[in-house]
Structures are given as structure tokens and as C-alpha cells.
Design a protein around this ligand. Structure first.
Ligand SMILES: [Zn+2]
Length: 543
């Protein structure tokens, strides 16, 4: 087992070791090697990508006792007394680290100014001030610093590190022109995983293929975080780093859970949503992490459906689950799932009631097909579902056609449309319906085109069929008919002559709100789980 934390042990000691920040490393090493070091630098970038480390390496290089004998690479030796002390952050006369987050006041800046007047401790040495979290400095502090930077004392170098350069621009724009700026990049997950693999190899740590990409994903581009996470995973894995160990250590959700989620969505089991979320919460899962993971799985699902190639993506278990349920989704379905996810992601992260947001999201997901049809019903009946208030979610279904436009488009019928022509093309209509809704396709097995007049196509339903159910889905049928025949026909549904008697049709209401309530009542009466869900959440079912 490692005694020293990996993040510390593998913190770079040379410019060349700054993974993923080669542009910065070359700039700084070149300046040192050519003796052209600026008086002040601004290092920007997300946390944990090596800004402070780069500042320390610069300080090491400027004061390294052995560098003179070396070439002009600008690299510190990393081993002499001066290098060692600077690297470890212990106090030296010439390298002073200041955390601006706790030294914000103008007094500290004045103090800094006083101290900067003192020269470095030796002729060949530089005084280096490393100011971390520099965006926390006040305007007054920057003003004091500006005076120093206008007439910089010899052999004094300032390095400001910040995650938020815009704040500095707002507080002290004139200072920025005095700073030489380097922007650090967030590392890609592959670069992080590669570096982790390198470290694991150096340390003789066995790792599973799935484990390191998981850590890289959670570290979100920060190498320091990634190494700390590797440390944690080691403790859990008893010396070996496995995907299960990483999940346990980091509170990640296992792939079984995502497989279960996909099954729930595929089969639209809204009744399972509450027990599912309850189990997640009881297991101590981080809900925003769950939502992240769900997004990853949906992305895999989308790749599988549109045939994109990303062979390395996802764990084996996640890919197996996607394979199992891919048949139940169209690309349009997944786009809409992802859109709903994107809409509530922030709320889940920020809200103290993340659980309710997750429950709502899962309910929206499991009910999605029905709710979209509901709005289509209203549109087809002439009511505008957008009258109540602006609802950005309502634009979702548009993307469906974009993606599915790839499918071969049937030849529209030219000339007059006859019933026999529609009957001849009926199998194509059924295929078009199947792409949108397999259940509806099954239900349509009991219906057949029986009459066509005045752009109204009447479908007769046999004694086994569900007249009401089909009636509610007329818009989907009309769309499929339009797709195949090129004609926008009104659809009517009725029991075929001789079929078993059916309940009298509901009176049609043209008032959209009334119609919506009526439809809602019907849906809720038919689906108990929907009823419960709607009551619990006071759910807006038109979404
Ligand atoms: Zn040295």
C-alpha cells in the first residue's frame, strides 16, 4: 500500500510532466531557459489541473541550485534543497505562497508591497510570489499590486492563479495587461485514464479495464482529483482497483441499477418509479451522480440506435443492458428523454429536494409516450396546447422527424386517393405506426380502412379491438397515413358492423382545456399508476 497520497507523490516536478498542459509548459520552460521570465503571470483554468504546481515548478526552476550546469531546457533539477523545499510548499525565503481567499484585504496587499521591496536572498535567486485564488483579491488589493507591477523590483516574479479570470477583469482590468496569461485546459477523460494507468503501473497496482475510465469521469478533467479518487478506490478494493470498488468508494451507482432503469423506461412502468428512487436514496446514492450516469446510459442507447461507433464507451454491463432494451426505443424517444434530462439536471444539482426532482423526471420518462400523444390529440382537435403559458418542453417532438428522416420515405400517392389505394398501402401505414408506437401497431391489427370520403378515413374495428384506445391515438394514425399517402386525412374510428357492442363515444369537446381535463380523466381512469403519480406530484400531464 502507498503511504504517501498518490496526488502528492505524482505531482509533477518538471514542466515536461504537466500532463495535457504542454502549451503552458513550453512557454514557461522556454522563458526560464532563455532568461526571459516576465514579472507577472496569470495562470487560469479549472481546479486541479496544475496551476499551482506549474507556479511552483517555475519557482523551482528560477532558484534551482543545479540548473546553471544543466542545458537551457529551463527545467529544475527537482532534487536539490531549494527545489525540494519549494515543491513541498515549505517556507523558503524566496518563494512565498499566498492564498488570496484568506488574504483579501488591502493591508495584506500593502504588506506584500513592502515585502516585495526586499530583494531575493542571493544574487542568482528570484523572489517568487504565488497568489492562489487570485480572483478573491479586492479592488484595493489589486490597486496596490498594480503599483508594484508598474515598477517591478528586479528578480521578483508574481504568479497569480485563478479559476475565474473574468472576476479579475471586472475588478482590475488595468492589471491584466501587465500579466502574461496562460490558460490551462481541462483534461479529457482518456488523458486522465491514461495517466491513472501509468501511475497504477508505476505503483504495481492491478486495475480492471472498467475502473479507471469511471474515475476519470468523476474527476471531470482534474488530475489531482483523479489521483485522490484512485487512492480512495484502492482502500476499498483491498489493493486492487475494480469497477465495483470504485463505485463503492465514490458512491457511484452500479450498472444493474441503470439496466433496471432502462427496463422501467422500455416497459413504461411508472408504478415502479417511487420504489426505485426510494431504494436509490436508501442505498446512499448521490442523486445528481445517478442523473449523470443515466445520461451516459441514454447516450450509449442513442449510439446503439443511430449506429454511431464508440466501441470503448460504457462498461460491459451497461452495453449489455442497452443491447437488451434498444428495440423498445426510437432515436426520437431517446432525444426526448435526453431533453427532459437536460431540463431538470440543474434543478437536481441545486435543489434541497433532489429526490422529488428525480421522481418527477422518471415519471415524465415513463409517461412520455402518452403525454406526447395527449398534446397531439389536442392539436388534432383544433385546440392549441400552447395557449395556457409558454412551456419550452413542448418543442421536444420536433427532433423526432429529423433523426428518423433517414428511414426510406414512401412514395406519396398521386392523383385522386381511393379507398382501395389506402387499403393497398395499409401495411406500410402499419409499419410507419410501429416505428412510433409498437403497442398502437398491435392494436391496429383489429382495425381496417372501411370508408373514405371528404378527406375522412374511417377505420372499422373488429370485436376484439379497443375502439376507445384507438380513438385516442388518431393523431398518430393520421400522421402515419399522411407519411405513406402524402395526404392529411381526418381519421374516424368505429366498431365494425357485427362487432360486439361498445360504449357510446365520449362527446367531443372543442374547448382545449375542457378536452384536456377530459382526456386526463380518461387516462387516469385507465391507468392506476398514472393516477397515483399524478396525485402525488400534482403532475402537469401535458408536459
Ligand atoms: Zn534543483
Amino acid at each position: 500500500m502507498t503511504q504517501v497520497a498518490l496526488a502528492r507523490k505524482y505531482r509533477p516536478k518538471r514542466f515536461a510532466d504537466l500532463i495535457g498542459q504542454e502549451h503552458v509548459a513550453m512557454g514557461l520552460a522556454g522563458a526560464v531557459g532563455k532568461n526571459r521570465v516576465a514579472h507577472a503571470y496569470l495562470l487560469t483554468g479549472p481546479r486541479g489541473v496544475g496551476k499551482t504546481t506549474a507556479a511552483r515548478i517555475l519557482a523551482m526552476a528560477l532558484n534551482c541550485e543545479r540548473r546553471k550546469q544543466a542545458d537551457d531546457s529551463g527545467e529544475p533539477c527537482g532534487e536539490c534543497d531549494s527545489c525540494t523545499r519549494t515543491w513541498s510548499g515549505s517556507a523558503t525565503l524566496d518563494v512565498i505562497e499566498i492564498d488570496a481567499a484568506s488574504n483579501r484585504g488591502v493591508d495584506d496587499a500593502r504588506d506584500l508591497r513592502e515585502r516585495a521591496m526586499y530583494a531575493a536572498s542571493g544574487a542568482n535567486r528570484h523572489k517568487v510570489y504565488i497568489v492562489d485564488e487570485a480572483h478573491m483579491l479586492t479592488r484595493e488589493a489589486w490597486n496596490a499590486l498594480l503599483k508594484i507591477l508598474e515598477e517591478p523590483p528586479p528578480q521578483v516574479v508574481f504568479v497569480f492563479a485563478t479559476t475565474d479570470p473574468q472576476k479579475i477583469a471586472n475588478a482590475a482590468a488595468p492589471v491584466l495587461s501587465r500579466l502574461q496569461r496562460f490558460d490551462f485546459r481541462r483534461l479529457g477523460p482518456t488523458a486522465v485514464a491514461d495517466r491513472l494507468a501509468h501511475v497504477a503501473k508505476q505503483e504495481g497496482i492491478a486495475t480492471d479495464a472498467d475502473a479507471l475510465p469511471l474515475i476519470a469521469r468523476v474527476a471531470a478533467g482534474g488530475m489531482r482529483d483523479a489521483l485522490s479518487l484512485l487512492d480512495q478506490a484502492l482502500v476499498f478494493g483491498d489493493g486492487k482497483v475494480t469497477a465495483a470498488g470504485v463505485r463503492a468508494a465514490l458512491g457511484l451507482i452500479d450498472d444493474e441499477t441503470y439496466a433496471e432503469l432502462l427496463g422501467m423506461l422500455a416497459e413504461r412502468r411508472s408504478v415502479d418509479v417511487f420504489p426505485f428512487v426510494a431504494r436509490l436514496v436508501e442505498s446512499g446514492a448521490d442523486l445528481s451522480e445517478f442523473v449523470n450516469g443515466a445520461g451516459e446510459v441514454l447516450r450509449l442507447l442513442m449510439l446503439r440506435i443511430v449506429g454511431g461507433a464508440d466501441a470503448g464507451a460504457g462498461s460491459e454491463a451497461a452495453r449489455a443492458a442497452v443491447e437488451k432494451y434498444a428495440h423498445a426505443f426510437t432515436a426520437g424517444d431517446v432525444l426526448r428523454l435526453l431533453k427532459l434530462l437536460a431540463e431538470c439536471e440543474n434543478a437536481i444539482r441545486r435543489s434541497p429536494n433532489a429526490r422529488l426532482h428525480v421522481e418527477t423526471l422518471l415519471l415524465q420518462w415513463t409517461l412520455m409516450d402518452r403525454t406526447v400523444e395527449l398534446s397531439e390529440v389536442m392539436e388534432a382537435m383544433g385546440g392549441s396546447p400552447r395557449t395556457a403559458r409558454p412551456e419550452p418542453q413542448r418543442q421536444a417532438p420536433v427532433t423526432l422527424r429529423d433523426v428518423e428522416a433517414k428511414a426510406p420515405i414512401p412514395e406519396p400517392i398521386t392523383g385522386d386517393l381511393s379507398l382501395s389505394a389506402v387499403q393497398a398501402r395499409w401495411p406500410e401505414v402499419l409499419n410507419a405506426v410501429a416505428k412510433k408506437n409498437r403497442m398502437l401497431r398491435e392494436a391496429l391489427a383489429h382495425a381496417a380502412p372501411a370508408a373514405l370520403a371528404d378527406d375522412t378515413l374511417h377505420l372499422a374495428v373488429d370485436g376484439m379491438g379497443d375502439v376507445d384506445g384507438l380513438d385516442q391515438r388518431r393523431p398518430v394514425i393520421a400522421e402515419a397515413v399522411a407519411q405513406v399517402t402524402g395526404r392529411k386525412l381526418r381519421i374516424t374510428i368505429g366498431a365494425a358492423a357485427g362487432a360486439a357492442p361498445v360504449a357510446a363515444p365520449e362527446p367531443v369537446r372543442l374547448d382545449p382545456k375542457g378536452d384536456r381535463d377530459e382526456r386526463l380523466r380518461l387516462y387516469r381512469a385507465k391507468d392506476k399508476s398514472l393516477d397515483t403519480a399524478a396525485d402525488l406530484l400534482d403532475l402537469e400531464l401535458t408536459e
